[in-house]
Design a protein around this ligand. Structure first.
Ligand SMILES: [Zn+2]
Length: 162
């Protein structure tokens, strides 16, 4: 690792961990979950939280749906989020067009205007990575880390409004 303070800081404001900045952790998670169906269950909250913590890396028009999906996940749990997502994929296959079916998400807060909130209480490059794995402490522990990152993401974005 370099001592360059810029290289050691992610654009979300987090300090780099042993693997690097958040994008390095994100790619490592995507690679590991490909071979681990149980870990892959958290794929959707991982993607939503990563993009909401690094909003310059995505198309802004999807961020609102991703913000609401994280709220649904924290409110109703992973199983409900996955059920909504499966329906979403089916809907897109039937030619309803891209974008989110907002019906199950409409009750949640819209993404506040005013840009990225900056700091987050929990970040990807703060995740434990031991013995070459994110799930060396088990999938339940991994899920709790993802949930903490999702909570921190929603909390910081909510604070943009106040
Ligand atoms: Zn970051």
């Amino acid at each position: 690792m370099t001592n360059d303070p810029i290289a050691n800081q992610c654009d979300c404001g987090a300090t780099a961990g042993p693997l690097g900045v958040c994008v390095d952790y994100y790619h490592a998670i995507l690679a590991e979950e490909q071979n681990d169906p149980q870990m892959y269950r958290w794929h959707l909250p991982v993607v939503c939280a990563y993009l909401l913590q690094h909003p310059s890396r995505t198309n802004q028009k999807y961020l609102d749906g991703q913000f609401r999906q994280l709220q649904l996940y924290l409110d109703k749990g992973l199983d409900t989020l996955l059920r909504v997502a499966v329906r979403q994929v089916a809907r897109n296959k039937h030619g309803a067009g891209p974008g989110y079916d907002m019906a199950p998400l409409a009750v949640y807060e819209p993404l506040p205007l005013g840009g990225s909130p900056g700091r987050f209480r929990a970040t990807f490059c703060g995740m434990p990575f031991r013995d070459g794995s994110f799930v060396s402490d088990g999938h339940a522990a991994y899920g709790r880390h993802i949930e903490a990152i999702a909570e921190a993401t929603v909390e910081s974005w909510m604070s943009v409004r106040s």
